[in-house]
Design a protein around this ligand. Sequence first.
Ligand SMILES: Cc1ncc(COP(=O)(O)O)c(C=O)c1O
Length: 368
Amino acid sequence: MQPFNPPQRTLMGPGPSEVHQNVYQALSKPTIGHLDPEFLRLMNEVQVMLRAVFQTKNQLTIPVSGTGSAGMETLFVNFLEPGDKVVVCVNGVFGTRMADVAARCGATVVEVKAEWGTAINPADIEVALTQHPDTKLLAIVHAETSTGVLQPMDEVAELAKKHDVLLLLDAVTSLAGVPVELDQWGVDGCYSGTQKCLSCPPGLAPISVSDRGLQLIRNRTTKPQSWYLDLSMVANYWTVGNRAYHHTAPINMNYALHQALRLVLDEGLEARFKRHCENSEYLWQELEKLGLERFVDASIALPQLNVVKVPKGVDEAGVRARLLNEFGIEIGAGLGPMAGEIWRIGLMGESSRPSIIDQLIVALKQVL
Ligand SMILES: Cc1ncc(COP(=O)(O)O)c(C=O)c1O
């Protein structure tokens, strides 16, 4: 076997996104022990910075060892017990995945659906919660990566409060790209991933749990079905004063996340959100000159994931292959029922830059 040398790529798909040089440097620093006092200090700083990015005071705000889906599983297996009822909003791949995970916990799942490419209608959530007054939890995806829809949250948050249900939010693609305001919305459980707008390699799933959510976990009558993701034990490792060994944390990934969070906060959340919006506007201005159209209405379109209708007669996969092979640019295909219909262009974190957009437009012009 020869050493592996990855090809040079420009990452403009639905994640992973481009990674800053300082984050790669952090990743390659010497590994120390997972109970080394200096590592424990880094863990404290990661938690402080994650709270700032999630816009929350939630004490239990930590990176779970695993990708975004591990964050999803963590919250469902800890919040749900067999027989619980959950309302899951489904308008794409990741709502579908949440419903699957909830059902595997032994919960009764009520789905609130919307057409792919549209947002969930709060009126439909109201109907479901009224028809099912024994609902424990409402789960929704903030940024549906399979379609490029940004779910407006104010009304959803009001409904969760009105019907007194726990609110669980998927912020894998939204965190650090558009405002995610956990305390303002009263979110009880939120999970994300490192490889989207945090611009870190994949491998950790930042999560945050409200005090109410934590109380519920502590008062469970059954143990969560997953030992690895049992938050009552994982939290002990992350909590100052306890620090009991649970599993060996991915040390170097935590160095990388620490550095990525420093970059996010140095830029400032407001400035970062503005940059994502401005670059998305620039991308669309250029795409429209090529005659390309939006898949999602601009009022609910994600700035960090821009979804384009594949023009009639164009070889969808052929275009992506040429972008990759001739220009080193990765863009995303459609998933599930959207396969062959759309391209997904990510402008997440470090990938949200005018120079990268210019590169793509030059390449697209030639290929199309
Ligand atoms: C909205 C959303 N939720 C969950 C996931 C799952 O994350 P991962 O692939 O990191 O496990 C993704 C990944 O793309 C996602 O976009």
